[in-house]
Write a new protein. Structure first.
Length: 252
């Protein structure tokens, strides 16, 4: 079975990198963008792609925040089996980094320490004028446009359309992927660039894809698992003891 192949690869590696997208968090009740039930298929006054653009944020800040607070903040969401399993693999020393396109912070809630957030996080917000930091409550508790003590507008630290990804985060992601023995890709259609372009830096021969739908990289995968990423990674709970045994064996 494929789960046994996945287990074997994980058991014999100490340098795994995970690259994930919205599909990792949909199982925590957070909708994605492009699926049938995603945000892009709902009807709004403006297209979501327009609302979530830098230009719209600057020109229509209140409309942006009306959408953002109702459709982008899911603060009651809890980590699922995928988040938890990845955090455990990192704690064991096998998983070196989580590279995510998600902005919900659930990997950190689950216990992952080395998380590279390509598109930022809803939990970090900054004044555009003085750069003072604000947590998400500053957004939630504002009746109008969130405003800093200095009078500047507070902006979520998320990458909007028309904005560039952080060079430092991208460079770290390239470094981890380039040096990885195993690259696990999960919950992403690999259709969002430049993030999806990071996969080209993987030089190994253990490329694992876990996804409900097909991706442009399926033909290049050394192991392809179609299905729920939470269920697939969660199934590794059946093998936790053997993973630990293998890890301690190599440590000693």
């Amino acid at each position: 079975m494929d789960i046994k192949n996945l287990q074997a690869i994980i058991s014999n590696s100490g340098n795994i990198v995970f690259f994930g997208g919205a599909g990792v968090s949909t199982e925590s009740g957070i909708p994605d963008f492009r699926s049938v039930d995603g945000l892009y298929n709902e009807k709004y006054k403006y297209p979501p792609e327009t609302i979530l653009s830098h230009r719209f944020f600057i020109k229509n800040t209140m409309d942006f925040y009306d959408f953002y607070k109702s459709k982008m903040l899911f603060l009651d969401a809890k980590p699922n089996k995928a988040h938890n399993r990845l955090a455990e693999l990192e704690k064991m020393g096998k998983l070196k980094a989580v590279i995510t396109q998600n902005i919900d912070g659930l990997h950190q809630v689950a216990g992952s320490k080395n998380v590279l957030e390509l598109h930022g996080s809803v939990h970090r917000n900054y004044c555009m004028k003085c750069r003072k930091f604000y947590d998400v409550n500053a957004i939630l508790n504002s009746k109008d446009v969130p405003t800093c003590d200095c009078g500047g507008t507070i902006k979520p630290h998320v990458v909007l359309y028309e904005e560039s990804l952080d060079d430092k985060v991208m460079n770290k992601a390239v470094e981890y992927i380039s040096n990885a023995d195993v690259l696990i890709i999960g919950g992403t259609s690999l259709g969002v660039y430049p993030a999806a372009g990071l996969i080209q830096y993987y030089q190994g021969d253990k490329l694992i894809l876990i996804n409900k739908s097909t991706t442009p990289m399926d033909k290049n995968a050394n192991l392809l698992l179609n299905g729920s990423i939470g269920e697939i990674l969660g199934a590794l709970e059946l093998w936790t003891y053997s993973i630990c045994q293998n890890y301690h064996y190599h440590k000693n």
